[in-house]
Design a binder for this molecule. Sequence first.
Ligand code: GLP
Length: 240
Amino acid sequence: MRIIVAEDRVAASQCAAVIVEGFVRDQRRASLGVATGRTTEALYAELVRRHQHEGLSFAGVDVYLLDEYAGIDPDDPCRFRSVVKRELTQQVDLRRDAVHCPDPDAPDLAGECCRYEHLVRSAPIGLQILGIGSNGHIAFNEPGSAFDSVTRIVTLSEQTRSDNADFFSDGRPVPGRAITQGISTILAAAELLLLACGERKAAAVARAVHGPVCEMVPASALQLHSSATIVLDPDAASLL
Ligand code: GLP
């Protein structure tokens, strides 16, 4: 596992952007896995800047979302598909049909999970961008998720719902369920890039990097991957 501690939060996003840019520039067709959250927002802004000012093209890229809330209105701006569209995909030159995500409105949710698992596996993902939850989750794989888990419906922990409550600012409840890629789905990506910033993530990062590999710390599964990079700001690295 390669760990990079950048000078500050901005430098951490730039450092992650350099890695994503290298990946995108390297190939004619590329499958990029994307996460959502406060942390990745700055990374996507930096990628958009590189597209607008430095000729970084996403024309050959397909984007795959990690997860999506279930039981959320199709027009809800908090829907991860809308978030990724707003922050990244509609601001770069991706093809119209290049954004893929699980559909929480599918009548057969179990079938939809199988469809998405198959789609992601056959992509296959070249670089997967990840964040980390304050409880050590990756995507929506909460503590206790099996390392051999695949795309499925999960129940969100109270911790995760309270961490994400700010996004639902007008008092709407945070959905209690989601569709998420499993840990084994994520580990199948050729390369993993986890970005974490802020003191709130320090304990989870320390457990993921130095703690035992265990299912109570989903991000510790990165220790099992042969090509995982963790980019941190000094606050997130403070307990390493
Ligand atoms: C959500 C997402 C994760 C993300 C995490 C961290 O729960 N499902 O993929 O890594 O939030 O988000 P933030 O960057 O807002 O702390």
